[in-house]
Design a protein around this ligand. Structure first.
Ligand SMILES: O=C(O)COP(=O)(O)O
Ligand SMILES: [Mg+2]
Length: 224
C-alpha cells in the first residue's frame, strides 16, 4: 500500500510570505505610479498567482491595464521577488516539528501552490525545506491550476501517492475547493490570506496551530 500523503498549499499555509509579496507587488505597480497596497488588500489579491495579483492590484487602483503591459510587469515582479527572497518569509510556528513527526510516521509530503513553480522551488530551496517534499507543483506546472482537481491529482501522482490516502491543507478557498473537487479531505488554517473566515469554506477540519497537525489527526481524516 502507498504511503499516506499530506499536500500543503504554500503562501499563507507553509510560509508567511505576506511581507515579501506586498513589497514585490508594490515595487511592480510603482512602475505605473499606483499607490502601494497593504496586507488587507493582499488577502483579496493573492491566491491565483502573480499575474492575477498584478491585474487585481491595478483594478483596485482603478488602473485599466492594457494586455501588452502585463509581460513587463510580471517580469518586474518575478525579478524583484527572486532577488529578495527569502526576505522576511518564514515557516509558520510549529510547521517543521509537525512535518518531522508526520515523516517519522511514514507520511509523505508535497506542495501544491498557485505560485509559479520556479518561484516556489527557489523559495523553498533558500529556506532549506525542499528535502521535505516528494513533489512541488505550481500554478504553471499543469495546463490547469487550483481549484481544478487535476492540479491536486497531478501533484499526488508526482509524489507517488494515492488520492484515497491524501489530505490537502490550505488557507484559502482554492485549497478547500481543489480538495473537494478531487474528493479528498481538507484542513484549513485560519492564519493565512483568506478574505473570508475559513469556517465558511467548509473544510473537513480547521487547525489554528501546527501543533494540531498530528499523524493521529491525518489518520482520522483518512479513516472517516
Ligand atoms: O501565489 C499565489 O497567488 C497563491 O499561492 P498559494 O496557492 O501558495 O496560496
Ligand atoms: Mg495560500
Amino acid at each position: 500500500m502507498k504511503s499516506p500523503l499530506v499536500v500543503f498549499d504554500l503562501d499563507g499555509t507553509l510560509l508567511d510570505t505576506h511581507a515579501d509579496l506586498v513589497a514585490s507587488l508594490n515595487h511592480t505597480i510603482a512602475a505605473l505610479h499606483l499607490a502601494p497596497v497593504n496586507y488587507d488588500d493582499l488577502t483579496h489579491l493573492v491566491g491565483n498567482g502573480a499575474q492575477v495579483m498584478i491585474e487585481r492590484a491595478c483594478k483596485l487602483r482603478d488602473y485599466t491595464l492594457a494586455p501588452e503591459e502585463l509581460p513587463a510587469l510580471l517580469q518586474r515582479f518575478i525579478t524583484h521577488y527572486s532577488e529578495t527572497m527569502p526576505g522576511l518569509t518564514e515557516p509558520y510556528p510549529g510547521l517543521l516539528a509537525a512535518m518531522d513527526a508526520l515523516k517519522s510516521q511514514g507520511y509523505k509530503l508535497a506542495v501544491c501552490t498557485n505560485k509559479m513553480e520556479s518561484l516556489a522551488r527557489t523559495l523553498l530551496e533558500r529556506l532549506n525545506l525542499t528535502h521535505y517534499f516528494e513533489a512541488i507543483t505550481g500554478g504553471d506546472t499543469f495546463p490547469v491550476r487550483k481549484p481544478n482537481a487535476e492540479h491536486l491529482i497531478g501533484t499526488v501522482e508526482r509524489a507517488g501517492g494515492d488520492l484515497n490516502r491524501t489530505v490537502m491543507i490550505g488557507d484559502s478557498v482554492n485549497d478547500i475547493l481543489v480538495a473537494r473537487n478531487a474528493g479528498v479531505p481538507s484542513i484549513a488554517v485560519p492564519f493565512g490570506y483568506s478574505d473570508v473566515s475559513v469556517e465558511t469554506l467548509g473544510p473537513s477540519r480547521i487547525i489554528s496551530h501546527y501543533d494540531e497537525l498530528t499523524p493521529a489527526l491525518v489518520q482520522g481524516l483518512l479513516a472517516a
